[in-house]
Design a binder for this molecule. Structure first.
Ligand SMILES: [Zn+2]
Length: 217
């Protein structure tokens, strides 16, 4: 990313507050990372409320998780951020939330289907569900990273949602899109409606758009 470190830190903090305002998180749950221009990673801290969080509360770590800067402890879920950022150099941010409707699908261990074109373009297709691994474990980090190879969102079984993007802004956009899609699919099913898939051709035709957005600023 071309941003200065200060700008990336500010983007992480601003995006953390927007996650709260958009009701994608509650209390101190959820977390966000941003890759700094020097390759280090800025993380939200563990157990600090978003509405009082300041730039000084953010923690900078290297890609192996060693704290380089900051007095707080980084989020206990740092492994899912770092495993993803280590594996995919094109990505600059990861967001983890417990968004309600996405988490319904995570409890069912059922993918959020790509039933609107936006999901194909921005998330790469259906949002897959990872195999259950304990919260905060390195195994969960590996599981998440494996599922984000060709997707920008994945569900954590019995837990929540993780999304990624080139910037905190993109990762937040993708989290809101995954949550909105989970909500409308749940709502349509609650109506008793059959949720029809998009024609397969849509996925083929829009795969290039997804790859472009993931790899280009
Ligand atoms: Zn969590």
């Amino acid at each position: 990313m071309a941003d200065s470190p200060t700008t990336t830190r500010e983007a992480v903090l601003a995006t953390a507050r927007r996650m709260l305002a958009q009701r994608l998180v509650e209390g101190t749950s959820g977390n966000i990372s941003g890759r700094l221009p020097d390759g280090l990673v800025c993380l939200t801290p563990s157990s600090v409320a978003y509405d009082t969080m300041t730039l000084d509360d953010l923690v900078v770590v290297d890609l192996d998780g060693a704290v380089v800067e900051g007095t707080r402890s980084p989020t206990t879920e740092r492994d899912l951020h770092l495993a993803t950022l280590r594996r995919y150099p094109e990505l600059g941010s990861v967001i983890h939330t417990h968004a309600v409707h996405a988490t319904m699908f995570a409890l069912a261990r059922e993918p959020i289907p790509a039933v609107i074109e936006e999901v194909v373009v921005y998330l790469g297709g259906d949002v897959p569900c990872c195999t259950y691994q304990p919260t905060g474990s390195a195994a969960l980090g590996d599981e998440v990273a494996a599922h984000l190879a060709e997707r920008s969102a994945a569900l954590l079984a019995n837990h929540g949602l993780v999304t990624c993007g080139r910037s905190p802004d993109q990762a937040l956009h993708n989290a809101a899109l995954a949550e909105r899609t989970a909500r409308i699919v749940w709502g349509a099913r609650t109506m008793g409606a059959t949720v029809h898939p998009l024609p397969a051709k849509v996925g083929t035709d829009m795969a290039g758009a997804y790859r472009y957005l993931r790899h280009n600023p």
